[in-house]
Design a protein around this ligand. Structure first.
Ligand code: ADE
Length: 227
């Protein structure tokens, strides 16, 4: 999978992709993340990527020309399954969407800034719009990093323990159960006996019950429609 991220602040994305799981995915050749500086596709001395909004009002708007040039350049080298725009008014991102995007081949992620992009970009070039929550970030970069992380860790072979993504919270519509590690007794705080029993069926039953209990307590909305 190739993920090409288009941004006006490439430095914001230096960190997240050079560590941990995303780095491992790159090293194993399972996912490639490339950052593209939109300014490289701007013309003129100023390398302008934004301009005042027609009709007036505060805030700048990202211009259609550099974005078109950049997306066309990427498309001339590769086919893409989706051209995604990160925006607070997009479709809500969740585990189901992460699962479905992890099955795709190549993705372009466009990070919005200022007041957003010229509407014609959304009409002409964007195939999907994603919001990572009902709040406004100063740009789409952190949202792009969140979406990329959630997708890439689902690609088979990226995580060491193949089953661990399957037992994540949300994968079965439930929150994950509590987990414990050594020591079994820390200053009198004991690990639940069943986890030390070695009895797999009892352990699985306990985990399932804890998942349901936790979901009921914290996210009852997830249980609606389940019996
Ligand atoms: N850009 C700014 N805020 C955002 C959000 N909540 N989700 C996705 N992109 C954004």
């Amino acid at each position: 999978m190739h993920i090409d991220i288009i941004t006006v602040i490439p430095g914001l994305l230096d960190g997240p992709f050079s560590h941990s799981i995303l780095k491992r995915a790159e090293d194993k050749g399972l996912a490639k993340v490339r950052i593209h500086n939109l300014r490289d596709y701007a013309t003129g001395k100023q390398k302008q990527v934004d301009d005042y909004a027609f009709g007036g009002g505060a805030g700048m708007v990202m211009m259609i020309e550099p974005i078109t040039r950049c997306i066309n350049a990427l498309k001339s080298a590769k086919d893409y399954d989706e051209v995604i725009y990160l925006t607070p008014d997009g479709e809500a991102f969740d585990q189901k969407m992460a699962n479905s995007l992890s099955l795709k081949g190549n993705l372009i992620l466009l990070c919005g800034h200022y007041k957003g992009v010229d509407e014609r970009v959304r009409q002409q070039l964007i195939t999907k719009e994603i919001s990572i929550g009902d709040f406004v970030l100063s740009g789409g970069e952190l949202a792009a990093a969140v979406v990329t992380d959630a997708i890439v860790r689902l690609i088979p072979g990226v995580l060491n323990d193949e089953t661990s993504a399957l037992t994540d919270s949300f994968q079965d519509g439930l929150l994950a159960p509590p987990v414990f590690t050594r020591p079994a007794d820390f200053e009198g705080m004991k690990v639940p006996e069943v986890l030390l029993s070695g009895h797999n069926v009892n352990i699985e039953t306990w985990r399932f019950e804890e998942s349901v209990r936790r979901t009921q307590e914290r996210r009852p909305d997830l249980l609606k429609g389940k019996d």
